[in-house]
Design a protein around this ligand. Structure first.
Ligand code: CUA
Length: 157
């Protein structure tokens, strides 16, 4: 079969287009999934959080001289504890899980932001600076009360 140069260009262009489309589909499916693995932990039973050490009582615990861990539960439609109180100028690792459906945990005005997936524990470590109050919003649609789902983070001296 003889193919003109002009047709070869279009053939090459179509192949590239197909590869590009395949690439974007793969990226969309795998990209965020891979990203989530890095900040999630072992699986947990969302219906039995009360029976776990960390989430039966959502709280902030001191684990080092200047280090704290915050165990946070998201559920329709709020976050516990309320408010989340952490010391200024410290290192805080947040462990966030959901008691029901997928939520978001976004501390407004900061880069502290993660998806909260039932069965998984999202882990994020941050350094706090001066005292401040932040709003926490849910940025994943989670039901009728999604738009009123919010919390508070207080960084205190
Ligand atoms: Cu929880 Cu939207």
């Amino acid at each position: 079969m003889h193919i003109h140069a002009y047709e070869k260009i279009w053939l090459a262009a179509s192949v590239l287009l197909i590869l590009f489309l395949l690439g974007s589909v793969t990226y969309g499916a795998v990209g965020p999934g891979v990203a989530m693995v890095s900040d999630t932990e072992q699986t947990i039973d969302p219906g039995a959080l009360d029976e776990t050490d960390r989430f039966s009582e959502p709280r902030v615990e001191q684990v080092g001289e200047n280090e704290y861990e915050a165990y946070v539960v998201a559920r329709q439609y709020g976050f516990q504890p309320t408010p989340i109180v952490v010391p200024a100028n410290s290192t805080v690792t947040f462990y966030v899980t959901s008691a029901d459906v997928t939520h978001g945990f976004e501390v407004a005005g900061t880069n502290l932001n993660t998806m909260v997936i039932p069965g998984e524990v999202s882990e994020i470590t941050v350094e706090t600076d001066g005292p401040a109050e932040y709003g926490i919003v849910c940025n994943e649609y989670c039901g009728a009360g999604h738009h009123v789902m919010q919390g508070n983070l207080e960084v205190v001296s």
